[in-house]
Design a protein around this ligand. Structure first.
Ligand SMILES: Nc1ncnc2c1ncn2[C@@H]1O[C@H](COP(=O)(O)OP(=O)(O)OP(=O)(O)O)[C@@H](O)[C@H]1O
Length: 686
């Protein structure tokens, strides 16, 4: 795959991506976490690269969101989706879902979204997701007690490359091996020629070592699992809680059990024998000290209680020979000495929980030759220390190899496990969004999924039809939002009372269209729409534009009139760009051009009547109507009425005053205005 052909990927990024295990898969599936694993690529950048790869795959020129307001709406919708994710991964992954004009892309996401809608965001699943994160590479592992040895310079380089965790030493002969064996607990000889050589120490001849690095350095796979232990355990929990399917090559219970035996530092936990050996080696000095005290206390006590009778001649001979109290001890108190030493030995063996072979060496730490005070034999102590440490290393090594072997085949399944848990978070965010906004999957018409071009009986081949839509951009709880029905085909003006919900209607249409083109469910009971090439949404400008800004706005519409055939154009009160009279003329001209090129458009305007008069064709005017005034407040029917110029708010107020005036005694009361006055005003609105 030519990575540089992805939009936004230059030579440097392509080189970084090439370092991934499987860049093609990562790019094809939009796996932001895997892409972000490439050196120097952040998650945000990874999302942009994934989007580029998707665009290339679907031959998507991009640019669906053609204006600032369109991009703003997309960002707001994306925000509503990402705030429903648990993991950072899912938030970034959602960034790869963008509105596209390409059917294949929309269909791809729709397929994913349909699956997502089946998902239930159960609280225990969401809780388990908290600890799921993309897998990390372990830190560099260095193993100091083991080394590789070879006589061959070429093999030396190959070994350094294949097993960087160990030192590689060049030796001349068996003598060299023997020397290494004195410095390292284990020496792995790589040359066949060493087979059969007997050297003291743990020397293994493994000409196949470089092909089986995990056997030689079980720390490598173990450090991967140790580093990612919490995330893997959380992913297992997610699979259980959500009852997700697990591949046949992955046994969750076995994996979980193996993980509980792994410490964070990559050592193996939960082995009683290893714990015994480790504790014995660690406590050796202290236990020997206590054993000495036990013996000496015992002996001191015995001496204190003993009446030693010694004949004068014997005493004389002892003194003449310059013999010390030791000889006296051996002569007179040998039994007590033996008992004291026994107590010391038993204490030591007991305290360190030694096994028979080790106990044998331990006994020699306290000799049979009587001395007072009783003293340890440093040589014997050294031997026991060596024995315990070597046994501990052997045991730890074997446990590591066994566990590494057990986990060796689980790397792939674990990757899939974590990825599936993270993807579930993406799905759950979509499903929660859909539930919170009462969404449904929109239908594209003509139905282009199965090549049926027959259109739809609604006759909206070039527009949209929304039933009971609720704008997710409204800052209101769902139950406070009045559902809106709105259907447009072609170019339409939308009139309506102040604060009637015209802008909110444009926001609703934009939201529905953006979400539909992302391939996602939309906040409405039912939506049918045309697949558009782009969304041009122009928000209301604040105040009159200066000449330069006015010029550039007109230019923008000129381009749109020329090339916007497949576009949806939403414009909010364009009249504010210049003086009212001129605005109506300009808007009428824009509508004519858009209508001629077959675009779909909704222009919100308070000048609907004036524009209709200026236009050289029969412009449709829809209206958001006030049904009346209740306690001085407008009561509005939020769904635009087709082909109906809505009455303005002032007209409604004058009408209310007229009705009130008639009700209040027909204007006979001094000080009350006559109904005739209001009638005169009302006539002007006709
Ligand atoms: N469908 C709806 N359900 C409930 N409330 C709505 C709905 N649509 C709009 N509103 C409320 O009405 C307010 C005004 O809506 P909006 O700004 O869309 O009206 P407008 O017709 O564009 O007003 P203006 O004529 O002043 O530009 C919104 O802030 C919102 O509180």
């Amino acid at each position: 795959m030519d990575l540089e052909s992805i939009p936004g990927v230059g030579e440097k990024t392509a080189r970084a991506l090439a370092e991934l295990d499987d860049p093609e898969r990562a790019l094809r599936t939009g796996d932001v976490a895997a892409i972000a694993d490439a050196p120097g690529i952040s998650q945000g950048r990874a999302a942009r690269i994934a989007r580029g790869a998707i665009r290339r795959e679907h031959d998507d020129p991009g640019g669906f969101l053609a204006t600032d307001r369109a991009r703003e709406v997309y960002r707001e919708l994306l925000g509503l989706l990402t705030e429903r994710t648990v993991t950072e991964y899912a938030a970034q992954r959602l960034e790869t879902i963008y509105p596209s004009r390409r059917r294949s892309r929309i269909e791809e996401v729709r397929e994913f979204a349909r699956g997502a809608l089946e998902r239930e965001p159960e609280p225990d699943v969401l809780a388990a997701l908290e600890d799921v994160e993309p897998l990390e590479r372990p830190n560099d592992v260095r193993v100091r007690e083991r080394c590789l040895a070879t006589t061959d310079a070429e093999r030396y380089s190959a070994a350094r490359e294949a097993i960087p965790e160990l030192s590689v030493e060049v030796v001349e002969d068996a003598q060299g091996l023997a020397e290494l064996a004195r410095g390292y607990s284990t020496v792995v000889a790589l040359d066949e020629s060493f087979a059969g050589v007997t050297v003291e120490g743990d020397v293994r001849v493994r000409p196949d070592a470089l092909e089986n690095p995990a056997e030689i350095v079980p720390e490598r796979p173990l450090s991967f699992f140790a580093r990612n232990r919490t995330r893997i355990a959380a992913a297992i929990e997610v699979h259980r809680a959500a009852e997700l399917e697990v591949g046949g090559d992955c046994d969750l219970d076995a994996l979980e059990d193996a993980l509980t035996r792994l410490e964070d530092d990559g050592t193996v936990a939960g082995d009683a024998e290893l714990d015994r050996l480790a504790a014995a080696a660690d406590d050796l000095d202290a236990a020997v000290g206590t054993a000495e005290s036990v013996a000496n206390d015992h002996l001191r006590e015995a001496i204190r209680e003993e009446d030693v009778t010694i004949e004068g001649s014997d005493l004389l001979s002892l003194v003449e020979r310059g013999a010390g109290v030791d000889s006296l001890l051996s002569r007179e108190l040998s039994d007590e000495y033996a008992a004291a030493v026994d107590a010391a030995r038993e204490h030591l063996i007991d305290a360190l929980d030694l096994e028979s072979g080790e106990a044998e060496i331990a006994r020699r730490i306290f000799g049979d030759e009587p001395t007072f005070p009783v003293e340890r034999d440093e040589n014997a102590l050294g031997r026991l220390r060596e024995e315990l440490t070597a046994a501990r290393e052997r045991r730890a090594g074997r446990l590591k190899r066994d566990l590494a072997e057990e986990l060796a085949g689980q790397r792939g399944p674990v990757r899939r496990l974590v990825r599936a848990a993270l993807e579930l978070d993406v799905e759950l965010a979509i499903s929660r969004f859909a539930a919170d906004f009462d969404c449904a999957m929109p239908a594209f018409v003509p139905d282009d999924t199965d090549g049926d071009d027959s259109g739809d009986e609604s006759g909206i081949e070039t527009g949209f039809a929304i039933e009971a839509g609720r704008s997710p951009l409204l800052d209101e709880p769902l139950e406070a939002i009045d559902p809106v029905d709105y259907e447009v085909s072609g170019v339409t003006l939308l009139s309506g009372v102040n604060s009637g919900g015209k802008t909110s209607t444009l926001d609703l249409v934009a939201s529905v269209v953006v979400l539909a083109h992302m391939g996602l469910p939309v906040p409405a009971d039912r939506v049918r729409l045309h697949r558009f090439d782009a969304l041009h949404y122009h928000a209301k400008t604040q105040g009159t534009l200066d000449a330069g800004a006015f010029e550039s706005t007109v230019r923008e519409f000129a381009a749109l009139a020329e090339r916007g055939a497949g576009s949806l154009v939403l414009v909010d009160e364009l009249e504010s760009i210049t003086e009212p009279g001129a605005s109506a003329k300009i808007i009428a001209g824009i509508l004519e051009a858009l209508s001629e090129n077959g675009a779909t458009a909704v222009f919100v305007s308070h000048l609907a009547e004036e524009i209709r008069q200026m236009a050289d064709y029969d412009v449709t005017v829809d209206g958001i109507e006030a049904v009346g005034l209740v306690d001085g407040e407008l009561e509005v029917n939020r769904s635009p009425v087709k082909d109906h110029l809505a009455r303005s708010t002032p007209e409604l107020i004058v009408e209310k005053l007229a009705t009130d005036a008639v009700a209040a005694n027909g204007g006979e009361v001094p000080g009350e205005s006559a109904p005739q006055f209001y009638d005169r005003l009302l006539e002007k609105f006709e």
